[in-house]
Design a protein. Sequence first.
Lengths: 313, 285
Amino acid sequence: MCVIEAQNLTKVFKGFRKSFTAVDSISFRVEKGEVFGFLGPNAAGKTTTIRMISGLSRPTSGRVSVCGYDSILDNVKAKKHIGLIPETPGFYGEMKGIDLLCFYAEFYSLSDRRKKAKELMERIGLDDFTDKKVKTYSHGMKKRLALASSLINDPEILILDEPSTGLDPKGISLFRKLVKDLNNEGVTVFLSSHILSEVEQMCDRVCILNKGKIIAVDSIENLSKKIGMKTQMNVFIDAEGITDNVLDVVRKMSDVLRVEKTGTGINVVCSRNVSPAVNEILVRNRVKVSSIRVTEPSLEEIFLKLTGEQNES
Amino acid sequence: MNPKGVFAIAKREFFSNLKSVRMLILLILFALAVIGSAYGLAVLSTKPGMIPNPEIAEALSMGPNAVLFISASFIAFVGSIAAISISFDSIVKEKLANSLDLLLCRPLSKREILLGKFLGLWGALSLPGIIMLVCAVLSVTNVAGMPSEKMMFGFIVFTVIFFGIFISIQQIFSTISKTLGTAILSGIGIWFLFTLFWTLVPLSIAYLIGMPMETIQTNPEYNLLSSKIDLFSPIGAYERSLGILAGGKGIRPEGIPYWAPFLSLFLWFFIPLLISMEVFHRRTE
């Protein structure tokens, strides 16, 4: 079941002299229960897309629906299903953490707002700070408070815009765990980030955006396979007794691009995984193989390859 | 429509403004302008010999209604500043602090968000305002006698409406502004336009169309022109509406239908409010 569907979504910012197309006719679907990564370099159009999905901004053309509701025509209904954490959330500093959550809860028809707010404060680990003013919170605490405020309506979709910005490693880890737990509870997560490792760790599928255009939407595995055909793979072999003759045999294998000697063995650079065949040759030539390690292209390589190709074109 | 959401925003805005330092400063200004002017004018109305200006002396001698009418000029002067100063940053501050997005993603329309903010600001200014206005009426009653019921009603209700007008106008500029500085400057500009510059508009037009400037104040044609032009200013509409209720020569506007100032005040209240909602809706894209 699809919970977010964007069709030819376009946003053009009209300036005094010239216009700027931030998002250029993008289409994608986010399925219920998945963690969907929205990846792209700075100024790729990620935040603009999020603003259109959340109903904060009107698309210049195209449409986006959230749980079946058009984000513009049924704006209010669509927003009931969303929890949004902006990149740099701002709060009313003079309010206490718990009062702020109660304030946001007032927008939804919740029966026991204070109880719900307390539960959320506990969940995000701020139960000791419920009665402290928000202006006394650290940046990480404010991010967690933003997460709590986005969960006040038990949303079906959680939209996170660069959630790790400004967080320390411990904060990032805690934040990711909270998001993962929510996803396990059935919440669909739409995660926008330019941190590749974050997307790689958390997302089921990734949409790569560059200069307002989608350049790939797929699972990381499928993207690796697709890009792997065009890119290089490294087979690191730790072995003793590799002679030049053996190296020549390996070099002449199909799909092997080059062979490099390393301190402990060789690195076979190839266009597909040739490790079983190389292992066979080495064993046949009485080479003592202690380990074989294959590195496939990481999301970073996929990303750089795809965005690089688009930039060249 | 999400009335709970509108109420939530209004409530937050109301209490945060009511407890602010700027409200404390405004209360002092209010006390001086509203109670001080009403009491002072009431005392002077009982001692006309102390007034050097014969026109004001004549007007004040007309009784407590006239006292309230003249004190409304002071209230317009300070009330417009008060409305501007509590609302100039209502939107721009939230934009700069990034707190607006967390409001905009809630299930209510942008127009409702602005309406909530307007109601909160209006309430925050009107509550102390009404207390001051009631004190002003009581002090006039104590010194110069009781004004008519409709004048007391108009004095309080029209003043509260007057606050709302300036809050709406300032909210338009707060939405458009990208910095607090621009918002403050636009507020000063609005205040300057309607309190000081507007009085020059009928004079300039009279000069341009060739009215004799030597006898301008006693020229009935000029008075008619001035009454009409005043309807295009919120301060003019407010003062002329009170003038209709107060009655008396020189106070009641001449040459215009009695309903015109009321209609103008009504339009001045709703049109800027609707514009501010529309501007907010479009500008938060």
